[in-house]
Design a protein around this ligand. Structure first.
Ligand code: HEM
Length: 206
């Protein structure tokens, strides 16, 4: 889980970085150049297979881990105060992940499926910037995207440092640094993603 999670963490840096080009307020010109490169370069296309395989593996591993945990303790504790030794978000990684999966189905349906169908059928390429403008003019979609980003924040906030712990990196000196890096990562990535629908909705960019 830690390996596929780290891979997905890296993907989100690239994804947020490219999409943040919309904030240049140049009518999407820079963003479209990068988006075009990403959808046409064969190395990126090959990596995309890895991305979806990684995503699929991460979900399957999560389900297996959940089943394993349940099997290890079929009889519940009579006395249990989980808040004494763990945080609510570390115990809710499965629920947060499920919310993210629902978010992803909506998201890929908005920006991925149609684009790929157009690419392979030789249709007019989709203008992703215009599509974002259209989708984020609707407050329901904006609300659902913001909810997805909140789920993503807690998932990453715990997942980042948890991955390092799984790799065996648990040390008095380094763990606080890893925690701080994880917090910085989750705050920056999620703020960027949250600003995207808001920027279109409130016409901060055009
Ligand atoms: C909330 C702000 C977000 C916006 C505005 C956004 C926008 C887009 C757009 C326009 C695309 C198609 C082309 C591209 O830029 O790559 C895309 C693809 C994709 N997005 Fe997002 N995205 C957001 C957040 C997320 C999040 C939080 C995730 C994952 C948890 C995610 C996962 C993906 C995936 C897997 C693809 C398809 C793969 C790819 O095109 O490389 N996105 N997104």
């Amino acid at each position: 889980m830690a390996l596929t999670g780290t891979f997905l963490i890296t993907f989100l840096i690239v994804h947020a970085g490219i999409n943040a080009c919309i904030f240049l307020n140049d009518g999407g010109a820079t963003f479209k150049t990068f988006a075009h490169f990403m959808s046409h370069n064969w190395i990126v296309r090959f990596l995309e297979i890895g991305l979806f395989a990684g995503l699929f593996l991460h979900i399957i591993q999560g389900l297996l881990l959940w089943a394993q945990n349940n099997k290890a303790r079929p009889v519940r504790y009579q006395y249990n105060q989980p808040s004494k030794n763990s945080t609510w978000y570390s115990r809710s990684m499965g629920i947060l992940g499920t919310l993210l999966l629902l978010f992803l189905i909506m998201h890929l349906n908005h920006f991925y499926v149609g684009t790929k169908i157009a690419l392979y059928s030789g249709d007019q390429p989709h203008d992703l910037y215009k599509e974002m403008q259209e989708i984020f003019s609707n407050q329901i979609w904006v609300g659902l995207y913001l909810a997805g980003v909140v789920a993503l924040f807690w998932h990453l906030y715990h997942g980042f440092q948890s991955a390092f712990q799984t790799f065996g990196l648990n040390h008095k000196r380094y763990t606080p640094v890893i925690r701080a890096a994880g917090t910085g990562y989750a705050v920056i990535i999620c703020s960027l993603f949250a600003l995207m629908p808001l920027a279109f909705y409130f016409h901060w960019i055009s």
